[in-house]
Design a protein around this ligand. Sequence first.
Ligand code: MLT
Length: 278
Amino acid sequence: MLWGAALVNTIAFQGPQGNSISITAAGSGPTLILLHGFPLDHQLWQDQLTVLSENYQVLAPDFRGFGKSSLSEHPYKLSDLADDVEAVRQHLAPNQPVVLCGLSMGGYVAFEYWRRHAEQLRGLILANTKPESDTDEARSGRLAMAQQAIEGGGWSAVQGMLPKLLAPDHLRDQNQGYQRVLRMMHDCRGESVAAAQQAMAERREFVPALPGIRVPTLVITGAHDVIAPPTLTKKWAAVLPEGRCEVVESAAHLTPLEAPAEFNALVDDFMKRIEGTQ
Ligand code: MLT
């Protein structure tokens, strides 16, 4: 299928626990795997799939229960999602280590991927995310959202997040990016929202591990992000031995969708440095 001028394919295969994993793929060259945030899917990465695929093989899987991927029969942990990502790499980029880019929940999964499969990583991009596990208060908020999703459906549980995802200008303008976010949120299934919230509530603490992440790492957040605020993000990014932090002025929590040109330029520059062509 054509997205603008880019040829984009959807591929599905069976993951390690029998779940069907859907991947949206475009381009060829060094591999960049993009992991979406919650409550979203691969469409978060539309502007990366169309533009960065001019130079790279860009793979955007859907997490279990989101987009076109099936929910697994049993509850999952974020480490299971990291193993799904490794299955994607083995399936579509078997001969080379990859650059993994995760946004928010995708970033939590990227930390897990580093813990389990670091030898497959050429670089990490951690966007609008954080290494801390949840406080007790955050955990009970997640369990309440899970309950609401089961009882009232996905949209009823996630709609309150919208003001936190986009910068005030983008909320006001209600442009194409805003409409895309709304569509993804509306499409969330209640049981998928509940499963993701339960998995995030149980996620591991990665702050003590940061000095050991000896992989070139680009950390990006938005100046208006209240979930991964710039002051806190700069602090933890400074602990990474090979880390660099960039704050994108016009964005809140969904930097690749809100400021695609700036985000793509940062990613392209990082990829070129890793490839040694800059
Ligand atoms: C996300 O964007 O993935 C979520 O805000 C992550 C979270 O709920 O912690």
